[in-house]
Design a binder for this molecule. Structure first.
Ligand SMILES: Cc1c2[nH]c(c1CCC(=O)O)Cc1[nH]c(c(CCC(=O)O)c1C)Cc1[nH]c(c(CCC(=O)O)c1C)Cc1[nH]c(c(C)c1CCC(=O)O)C2
Length: 361
């Protein structure tokens, strides 16, 4: 496959701790309901899954935020829950509700039944190839998947949860079954992300959205080792021969940065509870950092949004170190953008990140 040359590699360079002229920025859930054009395409597609399963629609919505804002990366439009769906659990999104699975995994029989088949995710792989072509080298394309622990939460609960009662019941009373489920998810996620890399993804991100709900002990026993095994199984080079950075994002996981540094991830995503300067002091620039503005900041007036972004950039500090080597920072929100976020505040944010970060070089 021939690819157009990459015109903006600032995101990839920052993720690999190479010198950059400014701090790159993209936003988790940047293609989403805060954009009226997203809602229009979703209405045409009929449902969220209709959107995700059509490579043409997925390409259209992936590019929408790039038309509005000078973002430095695109992210595949899909969902982490496609993997359990491809294990036969039957994913659906009700109108105005979160995700639901028709089946759950809570015992030996249901665990044995859950068999991953990458062929059922052909639509995602086709979307990656289509988006990479449509981007024509404007910015790099990020592929993604859920961490084994986070996917296990949804598979055991059958839906989102406030208290994680079912999945924690299984984890504490049948750790062998929990491990069996995580093992399956590690294998599936490695296949899935490597297929995205082969199809043209230029970076890959593992979303451990629910790592932060675990005890210290359980995080280190179940969630982190499973993510680490996924990272170890991922290709390091893309279809174009370029390095593919690996990103691990853990919501509520700032406490475990010292352990996360050892996973082999190139970049760690942090949520807004962590001070970036402190995160940098802990990780000592052995990895790049991604984050971490509180998504709700976007509901303040644009001047306040800009001031908060500047504070965060200053907290990370100058990426270049005294010895001439570089740390890396990719600006992002600490979690997905809210569906009611005002568009003018997103514009103001991206502008301030680019402008102010140039003064830190
Ligand atoms: C936990 C999780 C999910 N999905 C995802 C995560 C991990 C990140 C995180 O912690 O938020 C990841 C995800 N989901 C989506 C993306 C697309 C790429 C992007 O723009 O960032 C990504 C990276 C699209 C989506 N996935 C979903 C939407 C909204 C659905 C819609 O359009 O109706 C989008 C744009 C649906 C979804 N998907 C999921 C939930 C809980 C929901 C419903 C909640 C909601 O409505 O916001 C599961």
């Amino acid at each position: 496959m021939a690819y157009a040359p990459l015109q903006n590699d600032v995101f990839l360079r920052a993720a690999l701790r190479q010198p950059t002229p400014y701090t790159p920025v993209w936003l988790m859930r940047q293609a989403g309901r805060y954009l009226p054009e997203y809602k229009a395409t979703r209405a045409k597609a009929g449902s969220f899954m209709g959107l995700a399963q059509s490579p043409d629609y997925a390409t259209e919505v992936t590019l929408q935020p790039l038309e509005r804002f000078p973002l430095d990366a695109a992210i595949l439009f899909s969902d982490i829950l496609t993997v359990p769906d491809a294990m036969g659990l039957g994913l659906s999104f009700g109108e105005g509700e979160g995700p639901r699975f028709a089946k759950t995994v809570r015992d030996e029989a249901s665990l044995a039944e859950a068999q991953f088949d990458l062929n059922r995710l052909r639509y995602v792989i086709d979307a990656v190839a289509s988006i990479r072509q449509a981007l024509r080298g404007r910015v790099p394309l990020i592929g993604f998947g859920g961490s084994p622990w986070t996917l296990a939460c949804y598979m055991v609960e059958g839906r989102g949860s406030d208290d994680y009662r079912q999945v924690k019941t299984l984890m504490y009373s049948r750790p062998d079954l929990m491990q069996g489920l995580l093992d399956k998810l590690v294998d599936a996620t490695i296949q899935y992300l490597n297929a995205q890399i082969d199809a043209g993804a230029q970076a890959v991100m593992l979303f451990d959205s629910w790592g932060g709900v675990l005890s210290h002990d359980a995080y280190l026993r179940f969630a982190l080792p499973a993510s680490q095994r996924v990272l170890a199984g991922l290709k390091r080079t893309g279809a174009d021969g370029q390095r593919v950075p690996h990103i691990l994002f853990t919501k509520g996981g700032g406490l475990w940065l010292p352990e996360q540094v050892e996973t082999g991830a190139d970049m760690l995503g942090v949520d807004w509870t962590m001070d970036l300067g402190r995160a940098r002091a802990i990780t000592q620039d052995r990895v790049a950092l991604q984050g971490n503005l509180d998504p709700m900041t976007l509901f303040a007036p644009p001047e306040v949004v800009q001031a908060e972004a500047i504070k965060l950039l200053d907290s990370f500090g100058r990426p270049k170190r005294a010895d001439g080597s570089w740390g890396g920072h990719v600006f992002n929100l600490g979690h997905g953008i809210n569906q009611h976020a005002p568009i003018e505040c997103v514009s103001a944010l991206v502008e301030a990140v680019h402008r102010h970060s140039k003064t830190l070089r």
